[in-house]
Ligand binder design. Structure first.
Ligand code: URA
Length: 245
């Protein structure tokens, strides 16, 4: 039977990672900026976008105040027809500078988690965030920002048509599942987002601080893989003519 250290090795987490000094700046109070870009008609327009126009649209978006503080928009990265969709909260400083999600320390851990599943960024995997622009000082997204950005995530889900979504952390899970539940209560079972099976796990940044939960994250990824495999088997079984009721 695999030991805890074996699982950590599979996650690329052995020898144990230590966190380089990272001081969390005090978050300013959240301020919602009204959606200035046209409610239902904007949603309908975004729902019709293709990949290229989606990225350009995100880049030109002024639907919330984050467009004023971002350096670059961060639409997402990966295989546009992936089976796996990983969703985080919002870009941080490095993502804001590079225009790609999960490129900082948490992203390196995410890459290790993907490798443990024999996956890689861009190979049957798409990585996105709930928010496409960085909140100043990495503060928690406001409900207004989440609402303004959701049409983009929904369009990504529709374009990718993933077989499994992995929500990384409480914020992404609560947004996608429209609840306030704790990670602990959401883990270990399969939820759904717009008809796609969804599994909740810890955010990689949390795992960098909380070594003891890395084994649980691996259990979550195994559940996600099992769910995907079951979905693949179910859709590849074609009914035999005349075998129905
Ligand atoms: N944390 C996230 O949730 N997303 C990123 O892209 C980076 C850090």
């Amino acid at each position: 039977m695999a030991t805890r250290d074996d699982r950590l090795r599979e996650l690329g987490l052995w020898p144990r990672w230590t966190r380089r000094g990272e001081s969390a700046a005090a978050a300013p109070p959240a301020v919602d900026v009204p959606d200035g870009a046209g409610g239902a008609s904007r949603e309908a327009r975004i729902a019709g976008l293709g990949w290229e126009s989606l990225a350009a649209d995100v880049d030109a978006c002024t639907a919330c105040g984050l467009c004023r503080t971002r350096q670059r928009s961060v639409p997402g990265v990966g295989d546009g027809a992936a089976d796996w969709l990983f969703v985080g909260e919002a870009p941080g400083a490095e993502e804001d500078a590079q225009g790609e999600p999960f490129v900082g320390q948490a992203g390196r851990l995410l890459d290790s988690m993907l490798a443990a599943l024999q996956l890689a960024r861009g190979r049957n995997v798409y990585i996105a965030n709930v928010l496409k622009c960085r909140p100043p000082n990495n503060r928690t997204p406001t409900p207004g920002e989440v609402a303004a950005c959701r049409p983009y995530l929904d369009r990504q889900v529709a374009l990718i048509a993933p077989k499994i979504i992995v929500a990384l952390g409480k914020s992404a899970a609560n947004t996608l599942l429209d609840n306030e539940a704790t990670i602990g209560s959401l883990r270990g079972r399969v939820h759904a987002y717009r008809g796609v099976p969804l599994v909740v796990t810890y955010h990689p940044a949390y795992l960098l601080r909380t070594l003891q939960d890395k084994a649980k994250a691996w259990e979550d990824l195994v559940l996600a893989r099992r769910t995907l495999q079951a979905a693949t088997v179910a859709t590849s079984v074609t009914p035999v003519a005349g075998s129905g009721p």
